[in-house]
Design a binder for this molecule. Sequence first.
Ligand code: AMP
Length: 496
Amino acid sequence: MAEALRPGSTIGILGGGQLGRMLALAAARLGLRSHIYCPDAESPAFDVAAARSVAGYDDPRALAAFAQSVDVVTYEFENVPVAAVEQLLPSVPVRPNARALAVSQDRRHEKAYLAELGIPTAAFAPFDDRPSLDRALGAIGLPAVLKTRRLGYDGKGQAVIRWADEAGAALEAMRGAPAILERRVRFTREISVIGVRGLDGRVATYDPVENVHRDGILATSTVPSRIADAVAEKACALATTLMTALDYVGVLGVELFVTGEGEEAELLVNEFAPRVHNSGHWTEDACAVSQFENHIRAIAGWPLGPTARHADAVMTNLIGAEVEGWRRLAAEPGARLHIYGKRQMRAGRKMGHVNRLAPLGYGARVRAERGPARTLALDHVLLAMPEGREAEARAFYEGLLGMPEIVKPPNLAKRGGCWFQSGASQVHLGVEKEFRPARKAHPALIVGDLAAISETLARGGHPVREDEPLPGFSRVYVDDPFGNRIELMQPDRERR
Ligand code: AMP
């Protein structure tokens, strides 16, 4: 087996974003140097690395020089061209391997590969044109989601199809890029597992973490996640199967949907990332050895470090202008602030994150004391309301959802609207200038007392319509004061 790299060796990192920066910081702690290769001259990782190459991934001379100057190469984003890795390979080991990179770059291959391993995913179907999309829709059913096969991230390159007549617009949104059709999953929560596999084949996983996305971008990751121990073990086992099959070396992030509750919950893998993962940032402060250090250990041929947690944690991404709150966050007890040093702030850009820690077991205890969250909104949580009627909408939804309104994230200040939050669940009411009421229901899953909510609404003059029951759920439709039709669902097991 290859020898472990000695301190003083150089790690080559393809990509210069925040993940590369945090990898370089972790490497430095172990006495390893980093050489960052990135086409963007303003890459935040350059600030903390010993060497840099500013060059394209298709520049053979720059790649050759890079290969000569480093002892191992890794990458911090999965869209590095496989051809670049293949050019480096004769001169220097690249970890994780090119296969992991190639499989993860194409959603169709990724899903087919997971299926081969017996790892469940959302039902999916490839298609080439409108007629084959219609056939695929027939097979998959509605609602469904179109996703570009390549280069999709943070919900980009996706279009939801709720009704058959939306298929044309969804296809247009793909702008001719090859795409796949996927069944839209009614998940109870999203989790991810961060796993690591060493050069010697040893595998370790961190505790599964519960993720909440906002506008397709990861907003928070909370650990422990609200899943049964047996389900957590199953999630870790899926990640282990995947890493072993790929003969993987390094950290891997696996994103999963959880459907159902408790011991009977089912897991579907959404996708995996052959790199350190945003939903693993909590490990920096809640574990003795973070995902970044374990990735460096693995690719350098060092023994893996412990993945156990010494605290409960909530990681909150600082998106766009949210980073301006750094002064307040730096003063907040129990909060660990991480800022990426990006030169330019843009709406939707990840600028930093904050890890809030609590003693181990605290999260579970608080949950047990409070009982189940009264409202768990999921799936289509973005509701629209007309401009100028915001106060009315706020009052209506606050009553409906039984959640207090929370302070609007600063990056959304200009967009209007408001946010409600209960535990990890969030509902965003957006304001639309060109308001068109959604007559097709926007479902919200209500964990609480649907009968009481319906009664309150009926008293306020809001028509409540009962519909065909779904097995395991009660549901009603409500028309809000703006003409939106909302579907409220309540799992029967939550009924009093
Ligand atoms: P992705 O780019 O595939 O990671 O998707 C970003 C987010 O969109 C996911 O974390 C989910 O919140 C949502 N999403 C993606 N695919 C599906 C699906 N098939 N069903 C339901 N939600 C999905």
